[in-house]
Structure formats: structure tokens, C-alpha cells
Design a protein around this ligand. Sequence first.
Ligand code: FAD
Ligand code: DHB
Length: 388
Amino acid sequence: MRTQVAIIGGGPSGLMLGRLLEQAGVDAVIIERKSPDYVLGRIRAGVLEQGTIDLLDAAGVGARMHEEGLIHTGVDLAFDGEMLNINFDKLIGKHVMVYGQTEVTRDLMAARQRTGSKTIYEADDVAIHDFDGARPRVTFTKDGVSHMLECDVIAGCDGYHGVCRASVPENAVTTFERVYPFGWLGVLVEQPPVAEELIYAHHARGFALCSMRSNTRSRYYVQVPGDEDVKNWSDERFWDELRARLNPAIAEALKTGPSIEKSVAPLRSFVAEPLRFGSLFLAGDAAHIVPPTGAKGLNLAMSDVKALAEALIERFLEGSAAGVDSYSPTVLQRIWKAERFSWWMTSLLHTFPETGNFGRRIQRAEFDYLGGSVAAQQSLAENYVGLP
Ligand code: FAD
Ligand code: DHB
């Protein structure tokens, strides 16, 4: 087998890269270690920035998003129940779209199926070779049979635990990391959302987030210890804890029901530098992780692959290496902006036992500053809605 671009990972990054390359006539094969149903079963991000909305449109996969997605012109922040509305529309004339990562993935998979592009699911023992040499290639086994895929470029879209970054010699990559001592316990429920806007709530008991997938399906999160076992959380315990962290009127309005998904996600900030190693390029969660508080993970992944697709198209169609040479420094600038914002939102809204009562008062002062400063609210809005 031979292709121009071997894409490792069939999550949103790999699928979007495949789609953009295919539109331009660059040949690519996606190799994914799980099944399509498994990939679709992972409940993750829910908020799309304008740049992601535009990219889905440009990729010709935006129709269902415009039909079913919910336009949101703001978010609510809360501190011990006190509410602060951040109105993106009024502050900067922009909005975001609530449309789940699962649906984005489904739309990209459907487009790939329509065009008959090659995706190899349930590939085991995926390994990459000679990306610093003349014969880059990927090996894997499928149904017990060994295969080799020769290529010009390898795109590492295989997430934080993938094989691509792990295959780079240790002395060629620098990593920057902060692991937070907590995670998010998330519940998906077939009930209308508790409020029109998303609510990001700081409370002495810990952070809580009220989000949604549609007018009939809601997504809620509470901060839990990093090593928390989801088995410790009955639905009843989850709803009680969520209510305890919300403004009383909102807690009263909360409509609960049996959870249709429940999982714990650890929180981490992480960046690898650089993102190019010969003919290997990293994108999305393979390259960086943000804590989910700023809703940036998926959006950042989409902006990486947009830049990577443009660079590869330039290389294969115009024979110019300018784009591939500048890929890593260019995307890292935006990545660090998103890292800063996600770290800031996380720091403001979570409880950090080690910072004591001083830490909580500083968080309160930050919340009050935000409430009194249009400039600070504009900055939040600009970062949340989409970094330039
Ligand atoms: P992934 O979605 O991780 O996709 C990588 C793909 O590569 C996977 O399908 C994986 O199976 C495959 N793969 C891995 N290893 C190999 C291999 N060796 N060979 C072949 N294939 C391989 N962001 C938010 O904005 N909000 C959230 O609430 C949120 N919650 C999250 C919860 C969790 C548990 C995680 C892990 C992430 C969450 N994120 C969230 C982040 C967001 O979902 C990611 O930024 C986004 O999924 C990145 O897409 P990706 O395609 O780069 O990586
Ligand atoms: C959701 C997740 C986020 O990380 C976030 O900041 C907002 C919403 C969600 O899953 O709906």
C-alpha cells in the first residue's frame, strides 16, 4: 500500500485532515486502532468556535450543524451562586455553537464514507518508521495479518496516548506539563437544559458546569479528585452534589433523570515542542492538551489541522516547503494562547485545596474584577469565542 499522507488516528483531527486533503486531491489513508462505534461513543467537547464552524462549512460537512446546533451568544459564570452573564454578542458581536464532538465526528465519518476514502479501523500494533529518513512508512496488523503503508508524510492525529509522539527520540522533543489534582465527572441526561446559557460555577465544594447537547439533552460536570472512580457515583449522588454547587433557584429548576453516560476526565495542561520531526507532524491532542474549562480542546485541534492541511496541500500541489517549514512555530503561537486562557479559566473556577483561604479570596477578587471591568469581560469573550 502507498499513499501521500498516512494519518494515524481517526478522531476529529484525523478525520478533518483527511477531509481537507481529499477536497484538494491529496491522497490520504486513516489508520485508527478502535472501531467507528467506539470512537463515536466517547462523549467529549460540546462548544464550537466560529473558526471551527467556518472550517466545517468549508469542508462541506456543516449542514446538520446549522440545522441542529444551538447558537449561544454568551455564557454565565457563577461564584458561590452569584451570577455574572458574559454576553459575547454585546461585548464583541460574536457567538459560539453548541454541537457535540460526537456529531462533528459522525458528520466527518459520513462524508468519508460517501467519497469512499480509505479508513482502516481496528488496526493493532500501529508503528511508524523512518520519518527522519527517506522511506517513511507505517506498519500495523489487522485481523491478525501484517500490513505496511508507505507514504511521504505521517500525520500524528492519535491523541495524547498515541504512538506518534511516543516514537520521537526523547532528546528531540521538549514537553511542558501541569497535571491538576482533580478531574471532571460528567453525566449526559435526556432532559432539557437547566438554563438557556452554559453555567460555569465556582463553589467552595468544587467547580460545576451546566452544559447541553440540544433542547432535550443536557451535559453536566462536577469537579472530583483526580483519582476518583466513577463507580462511587450513583446518579442520585451526582445530582445532589451538582445541586449543592449551584445557585438555589437554578438547583430548584434542574431536571434530572437516569444518566445515559457517566465518566471521569482527568485535567491536564500539556504542550510538546516542536510539532514537526522530518516527515512526521503532530496535531490535536497528540501535540497538546488543555484542561476543558475554556472549551478549547476540539477547537484547537481543528485549527491545527487546518494549518497542516494548507501546508501539505502547498507541498504536494505547488511543490513549496514554506508551509510545512512554518507549521510548528505558527501553530504553537496559537496553542500557547489557548493554554494560557484554559489555565486561567481553570484557576478561577476550581477549588485548589493547597492554596487555602488566601487562594479562595484571590479567586473572589478576580471574579469581582471581571464583574466590574468591561475590558476584562471583552478579553474573556474574545478568548472563549475564538482566538485570532
Ligand atoms: P482524539 O479525539 O483523542 O482522537 C485520537 C484518535 O487516535 C482516537 O480515535 C484514538 O483511538 C486513535 N489512536 C490512539 N492511538 C492510536 C494508535 N496507536 N494507532 C491508531 N490510532 C490511535 N474538550 C473540550 O473542549 N471539552 C470537553 O469537555 C472535553 N472533554 C474531554 C474528555 C476526555 C476524556 C478527553 C480525553 C478529552 C476531552 N476534551 C474535551 C478534549 C477534546 O475532546 C479533544 O481535544 C479532541 O478529542 C481532540 O481530537 P483529536 O482527534 O486530536 O484526538
Ligand atoms: C462542554 C465541555 C466543556 O469543556 C466546556 O468548557 C463547555 C461545554 C460540554 O461537554 O458540553
